[in-house]
Design a protein around this ligand. Sequence first.
Ligand SMILES: Cc1cc2nc3c(=O)[nH]c(=O)nc-3n(C[C@H](O)[C@H](O)[C@H](O)COP(=O)(O)O)c2cc1C
Length: 187
Amino acid sequence: MSMDDSSPRCRLLLICGSLRSGSTNTALLKTAQTLVPPGVSATLYRGLDDLPHFNPDDEQSRLPAAVATLRAMLAAADAVLFSTPEYAGSLPGSFKNLLDWTVGDGLYAKPVGWINGSAHGAADGAHHTLRVVLGYVSADIVEDACVKIPIRRDIVGPNGTITDPSITSAINAVLSALVHRVNSRST
Ligand SMILES: Cc1cc2nc3c(=O)[nH]c(=O)nc-3n(C[C@H](O)[C@H](O)[C@H](O)COP(=O)(O)O)c2cc1C
C-alpha cells in the first residue's frame, strides 16, 4: 500500500457476478461505493462481458487484453469484494469464467469477501460454490465479509443504489471487515 497521505490506504476492487443491466448485485456494489470510509477507495470492475472463454492455451503466449486488464486490477487491489446472484443452484457461468481466469494469477492470498444477493432464495449454492473456488485459488477469505442478503428488485433507487438501512448496515459490516483485514496485514 502507498504511504502517500493523498492516496487511499485501502483499495477495494468490486466485482459483480451478474451481467444484467438492472442487476441488484451491481446495485449492492454501487451502494458499497457510497459507503466506503475515508482513506478507502472502491473501484467497480466493468469488464465481465469482455472476457473470452477461459482457455489454458491462452495463458502461455497470447493472454487476452481483457484478462490482462482484469489481472492488473486485481494486482492493484488490496482486497476484493464480490457480489453475485445464484443461477441454477450455483454461480452464473460468466462469473465462474472470470474466476477460472484467476486460478493461475490474481487472487492468491488476497483478502476477499462476498455478498450473495438473491431475490428468491437463500443462495446457498452460490455461497458454497464461491467458497470452494476462492479456497481453491488460496484467496484469504474474510469470514465476516461473506454474507447473504435477500434483496427485492424494487428496493433499488432510481440512481442505482440502495438506501434501506438493513442493507446498508450489512454492507458497512462487510466493508469494515475487509478494511480491518487489510490494515491488520500491513502493520
Ligand atoms: C437462469 C437463472 C437461474 C436462477 N437460479 C436461481 C437459483 O438457483 N437460486 C436462486 O435463489 N435464484 C435464482 N435465480 C434468481 C436470481 O438469482 C435473482 O433474480 C437475482 O436477484 C438476480 O441477480 P441480479 O439482479 O444481480 O441479476 C435465477 C435467475 C436466472 C435468470
